[in-house]
Write a protein that binds this ligand. Structure first.
Ligand SMILES: Cc1cc2nc3c(=O)[nH]c(=O)nc-3n(C[C@H](O)[C@H](O)[C@H](O)COP(=O)(O)OP(=O)(O)OC[C@H]3O[C@@H](n4cnc5c(N)ncnc54)[C@H](O)[C@@H]3O)c2cc1C
Ligand code: FES
Length: 278
């Protein structure tokens, strides 16, 4: 679903880093508060542009659920280069700039009353967590919630404590796997596709929310369709290099589509004909 961008939101606004928490060796969770005291008013799957003064700007998915009246929001970020390293070095209390939220989002209204199959590969769990938390806040409005989660190895797992709490819940299912185990790992071993045979679903009543590395889409969309899920029920999020986030610079083009405006969340039907997209 693609919203109309509002030009008044294009100027960076100040926000303050209020809390920082390490999730793995390279990934940390950052809680920010908008200085204007207003809620970010994002939709699950949308991203913001975050700027660190004197360093640069980069796009990040919002990992918290939208909450009316709450000026705080969370990002989970992996250290990879200039902006992300600087972000990890920031002290609590530091001011940053934010623009957005931008982009399309998971259609939470359409998912209402239906079952949701989450397919999360690695850091793909970050934007999906926003949708999952939204659905859990509005639990009565959704059917079954089934999460398939794959990570390369146990050391790279993120949100470990929170996942353990979610696994205790009786109103949702989580199936987790790692590609390569360590000596303490007791769960499933293998790529995420090894989890598909473990779940029984009602395909006509199920929507899929899938985020992960590009290779994962190639191997996971087939099993979803083999289970009988209509392709128009499959939503994926595609990240591309982004600069403006406004559909102006052309950095994020996918065969003429701007991933920052028409995406990052796409209905699979809409991008399946674009061989380069997935
Ligand atoms: C819509 C969207 C949402 C995103 N959400 C998250 C998120 O929630 N958490 C998170 O950790 N990251 C997320 N990313 C990726 C994040 O934006 C990049 O890691 C970041 O821009 C890197 O900036 P840098 O200055 O630290 O790295 P740079 O110094 O610019 O580059 C360091 C390395 O990262 C690579 N890189 C830079 N940008 C990207 C990119 N977009 N995709 C893949 N590789 C890249 C470069 O090729 C280089 O190898 C998202 C990207 C997009 C487009
Ligand atoms: S990031 Fe500039 S057009 Fe999408």
């Amino acid at each position: 679903m693609s919203p109309k961008n509002n030009f008044s939101t294009y100027a960076p606004r100040p926000a303050t880093l209020v809390k920082k928490e390490k999730l793995s060796d390279l990934v940390s969770l950052f809680e920010f508060e908008q200085d204007n005291g207003k809620a970010l008013a994002h939709k699950p799957g949308q991203f913001i542009m975050l700027s660190i003064y004197g360093i640069g700007e980069a796009p990040f998915s919002v990992s918290s659920a939208p909450e009316a009246g709450n000026a705080r929001f969370e990002l989970a970020v992996r250290k990879t280069g200039t902006v992300t390293n600087a972000l990890h070095d920031l002290k609590e209390g530091t001011k940053v700039g934010i623009r957005g939220p931008y982009g399309s989002y998971f259609p939470v209204q359409k998912f209402m009353g239906k079952d949701t199959l989450f397919v999360a590969g690695g850091l793909g769990y970050i934007p999906l967590r926003s949708l999952l938390r939204y659905q859990l806040k509005h639990r009565d409005e959704y059917g079954r919630i089934i999460v398939l989660l794959g990570t390369r190895n146990p050391k790279e797992r993120i949100f470990v404590d929170r996942l353990a709490q979610l696994k205790e819940r009786t109103d949702m299912e989580i199936h987790e796997t790692v590609d390569v185990p360590d000596k303490n790992w007791k769960g499933n071993v293998g790529v995420i596709t090894t989890l598909f045979p473990k779940v029984e679903i009602n395909p006509q009543n199920t929507f899929v929310a899938m985020v992960g590395p590009p290779i994962m889409y190639r191997f996971c969309i087939g099993p979803c369709m083999d289970k009988g899920i209509p392709s128009k029920h499959i939503y994926v999020s595609l990240e591309r290099r982004m600069k403006c986030g406004l559909g102006k610079c052309g950095h994020c083009q996918i065969n003429g589509l701007s991933a920052c405006v028409e995406g990052p969340v796409f209905k699979y039907d809409d991008i399946a004909p674009l061989s380069e997209a997935i």
